[in-house]
Design a protein around this ligand. Structure first.
Ligand SMILES: [Zn+2]
Length: 244
């Protein structure tokens, strides 16, 4: 797979588009955790049309690391924002099939994170589009729930985890960087992506074509994950391999 020039593609990407990952220190900072779309429809085997079809190590690692990190934040009295992809109506969201309809099991948090629904540290935010910064805007009032959450807690840093690294996580982080630079989110300074807490889906080209999808539906997991990290890092996000 992807070995046209000897080395696997992901290793060539890591060599040619390197991402510098650091350890990020929580102590002494007012920091919030943002969890993106870790719900059955994206992260539980058989949980919906966009869910994994078989066990996946990267997704399991994401859930385990998110659970661990969220419990630390809760213990320290640090706030957690939990985004759910949530569609109140059957209005389509192209190019995706209908997914995560309100009130279905598909739209609920994965079982390991269901405790967050009852945590006083957590704020649940529902969005019906890929970009959770945009999804945080109330179309009627223009108020932005994530901007208000940052201001309410006086956050200087946020750590972002979730799925998919190159889709919802990437869009949110890229937009947050612009929002911060545009001074919409004081006092926020550091926007940190915790790599082991992120995952994306796996659809190699061969499987896409076997399913009757066009070749352009190809989405090999390791490569897409790396490209997502690289795009965020190149825009100014801090990529962390550990949270100290
Ligand atoms: Zn959606």
């Amino acid at each position: 797979m992807n070995e046209m020039r000897g080395e696997p593609l992901v290793q060539r990407l890591q060599a040619e588009l390197p991402v510098a990952a650091t350890a990020f220190e929580l102590a002494g900072r007012r920091c919030g955790l943002v969890i993106i779309d870790e719900q059955n429809g994206f992260a539980t085997v058989g949980g919906g049309p966009l869910a994994p079809v078989e066990q996946n190590d990267q997704i399991d690692r994401m859930i385990g690391e998110t659970d661990r990190l969220a419990r630390r934040f809760e213990e320290r009295g640090l706030p957690i924002a939990v985004f759910l992809d949530w569609h109140a109506t059957e209005r389509p969201e192209p190019p995706y099939p209908l997914h995560c309809l309100a009130g279905t099991a598909e739209a609920e948090l994965v079982p390991a994170l269901a405790w967050l629904e009852h945590s006083s540290a957590a704020t649940i935010l529902k969005a019906d589009c890929i970009n959770d910064f945009v999804g945080s805007i109330d179309p009627e009032t223009g108020r932005n729930a994530i901007v208000e959450w940052i201001a309410l807690h006086g956050l200087e840093a946020m750590v972002v985890v979730g799925i998919c690294t190159d889709i919802c996580v990437g869009e949110f982080v890229a937009t947050m960087l612009s929002a911060r630079n545009h001074r919409l989110t004081p006092p926020l300074r550091d926007i940190v992506v915790y790599e082991p807490g992120c995952a994306t889906y796996d659809l190699p080209r061969s499987r896409a074509e076997a399913l009757g999808l066009p070749a352009t539906a190809a989405h090999p997991q390791a490569e897409a994950h790396h490209l997502g990290l690289w795009l965020m890092a190149s825009r100014g996000a801090v990529v962390a391999s550990a949270i100290g």
